[in-house]
Design a protein around this ligand. Structure first.
Ligand code: NDP
Length: 311
């Protein structure tokens, strides 16, 4: 395998961010002592991935850290890697942010991350009750973490446009990145236009949405991976349908975060920078947009900072 080269995009703070990242969330399948994420991150770095997306909440930062240490031992330089992690909802108090990031850094075995994100605008105590701390306070803590050099850039995840506007109206630092769900069923054209106008980069999570039968809920809209229109486009480029759906997000300006624990798929998902889609093909893909969210997090529906349209 010849390692692929992923292009970078500029953040408004001057830093470069690789245009595709490896996802590391296992859902509820995290088993203590397991090493599947360590393997996937190692394979990914071998394949040419330089951007890893993780979070305290995934409970696998230690595995990511072991893979990074191994690859640095084999000659990869820390500066070549772009590591993103996230602040969990239980640490929203302004003075909790820096200690939380120090904890993540210790698990990752790093002295800085490249990007630290507020995982959700919604605060929640460990016993499950809502924490009503204003995310503006959380953001001030993020600015402090950056000033201390513990993270090079700061951003937000699962914030809506009004919540980002509120940070800007207060004259606080502008987030460099917004990470939200983006896939064929949830293309978010207005949010993308807003971020482009504000020079905020968008990372797209759950980039495959409901493409795979084993992950699609019964009510999930088309397409699935065997959709004839998608198969036709994929065949034309000698690519797979998952590769075509990642390519579409890249052409929307989004940084997709495909997750896989499977070596062949990790290799496949990065090989999306050697073809491009025609306008007609993009028009076909655009028609799958249904404003359908796979991760609505309804347990936070009644929190005042619940970010999404209420069902
Ligand atoms: P994805 O859309 O990345 O889908 C992952 C699933 O697709 C896995 O079951 C994987 O299988 C399978 N898969 C991956 N590549 C292929 C392929 N080429 N062919 C067939 N199947 C494939 O889902 P996620 O929800 O994990 O989202 C990606 C990442 O985004 C997360 O891991 C996390 O880093 C981030 N995220 C962030 C959130 C946030 O709140 N900020 C919320 C959700 C996700 P297998 O692993 O078995 O190979």
């Amino acid at each position: 395998l010849i390692a692929a080269t992923v292009p970078t995009l500029k953040l408004h703070d001057g830093r470069d961010i690789p245009a595709l990242a490896l996802g590391t969330w296992l859902g509820n399948n995290t088993k203590p002592g397991a090493n599947e994420v360590e393997n996937s991150v190692s394979w990914a770095i071998d394949a040419g991935y330089r951007h890893i997306d993780t979070a305290f909440a995934y409970r696998i930062e230690d595995q990511v850290g072991r893979a990074i240490a191994k690859k640095i031992g084999e000659g990869i330089k820390r500066e070549e890697l772009f590591i993103t992690t996230k602040l969990w909802n239980s640490e929203h108090a302004k003075d909790a942010v820096v200690p939380a990031l120090r904890g993540s850094l210790s698990s990752l075995g790093l002295d800085y991350v490249d990007l630290y994100l507020v995982h959700w605008p919604v605060g929640q105590f460990n016993n499950g009750t809502y924490d009503y701390t204003d995310y503006v306070e959380t953001w001030r803590g993020m600015m402090e973490a950056k000033a201390l050099g513990l993270t090079k850039s700061i951003g937000v995840s699962n914030f809506n446009q009004q919540q980002i506007d509120r940070l800007l109206e207060l004259g606080l630092e502008k987030p460099t990145v917004l990470q939200v769900e983006i896939n064929l069923n949830l293309q978010q054209p207005e949010l993308l236009a807003y971020c482009s106008q504000k020079d905020i980069r968008v990372m797209g999570y759950t980039p495959f949405g409901s493409l795979f039968y084993n992950r699609a809920k019964p009510d999930a809209p088309a397409p699935r991976v065997d959709d004839p229109a998608l198969v036709e486009i994929a065949n034309k480029y000698n690519k797979t349908v998952p590769q075509v759906s990642l390519r579409y997000l890249i052409e929307l300006g989004v940084i997709p975060i495909p997750k896989s624990l499977t070596k062949s798929r990790i290799d496949q998902n990065i090989n999306v920078f050697d073809f491009s889609l025609t306008q007609e093909e993009k028009d076909v893909l655009k028609k799958f947009d249904r404003n359908y969210r796979t991760i609505p997090q309804l347990k936070w529906l009644n929190h005042p900072y619940y970010p999404f349209e209420k069902p």
